[in-house]
Write a protein that binds this ligand. Structure first.
Ligand SMILES: [Zn+2]
Length: 325
């Protein structure tokens, strides 16, 4: 069986997940992905699974072609974000690819790694230019140019060989590709060091906007050096180009404002209190999960606001229950 046939067979076997991801992508192009449990995939095809870790780019291309083959429909496809662009996200890597942050070495560069980390910095979500089509203002030729992270690449015009730059090009909408992008800084979980090693994690696509500071997450991604234009010394800075993210909770960070969250919390506590809270109080766990479910708010955020409201004297907490005064 060819590699393509093997991927097709795997997609057939997990067609419920694959179809659901495809439908989500068709609804919101750019806003979905297909998660694949690596260990499950390994049992199906150990050779391809190992190659996915060692040469992630070639396997990502293979997934992309097989998704296109399976789902492409020229009549209904989104031209800017066809199904072949849907990320296939590997989770649950084997021990040989799992590391603490301090354990990553030069030999792991370019391979997939899985690192359990704590988030210490979160930047805003911005569009990232993945592919630019530059119109040469000298001759009118269109120049599709793949972009990396960091500085914009222009290249040389394929029409007149002019060296392209900001001044002699214009960015064409057709063919230009943008994706959501977010940068995190993470450290090892439970580090005993005062100044623990940190690394940047770059997120793209539907995994942006999911985490907040102090979240404990597991990142699967390609361990890479930053582009040369972003380096200052021969001792190179590295980052993790995230392919998948496991957060305990998958809700959006900051779904409600503090005021909205406080109002929802106080309202719910009032309600539960008048139902049957007066005997033992209202269990904090119940409040956290109810608010989390009703409003799609991350549990850590609810916990923080409950503590803040207690500090404000809104209510008292006694052995895991909220007591209204
Ligand atoms: Zn030109």
């Amino acid at each position: 069986m060819s590699n393509a046939d093997r991927i097709d067979a795997y997609l057939n076997r997990s067609s419920d997940d694959a179809d659901a991801a495809f439908e989500a992508w068709a609804d919101t192009p750019g806003g979905a992905s297909l998660r694949v449990d690596w260990q499950d995939f390994f049992e199906f095809d150990d050779e391809l699974a190992d190659k996915w870790i060692d040469r992630p780019r070639s396997i990502a291309k293979l997934w992309s072609r097989r998704l296109r083959n399976r789902y492409q429909n020229p009549e209904t496809d989104d031209l800017e974000k066809p199904i072949s662009k849907m990320p296939v996200r590997p989770v649950n890597l084997p021990d040989r690819a799992c590391f603490r942050l301090g354990g990553l070495r030069e030999r792991h560069l370019g391979t997939l790694v899985e690192v359990p980390v704590e988030v210490v910095e979160v930047e805003s979500v911005d569009p990232w230019l993945r592919k630019a089509v530059w119109e040469c203002l000298e001759c009118g030729a269109l120049n599709p140019t793949s972009q990396g992270y960091g500085h914009i690449r222009f290249g040389t015009c394929r029409g007149c060989e002019t060296s392209l730059d900001k001044k002699n090009t214009s960015l064409m909408r057709d063919g230009t590709e943008m994706v959501d992008f977010q940068k995190l800084v993470v450290i090892p979980r439970d580090s005993a060091l005062d100044d623990p090693p940190s690394i940047q994690v770059f997120l793209t696509g539907d995994i942006v906007g999911k985490v907040g500071i102090e979240d404990e997450i597991t990142v699967v991604g390609k361990y890479r050096t930053l582009p040369m234009a972003m380096q200052r010394e021969t001792q190179l800075n590295t980052f993790v180009d995230a392919k998948a993210l496991d957060v305990d909770e998958r809700q959006q960070a900051g779904a409600l404002s503090t005021t909205e969250l406080d109002e929802a919390l106080i309202g719910l506590v009032d309600e539960l209190w008048s139902e049957d809270g007066t005997t033992y109080g209202v269990p904090v766990e119940d409040v956290i999960s109810a608010i989390g479910t009703q409003h799609d708010v991350r549990h850590a955020e609810v916990q923080t606001r409950i503590e803040a409201l207690e500090d404000d004297g809104e209510f008292t907490m006694v052995s895991g229950a909220i007591i209204k005064d």
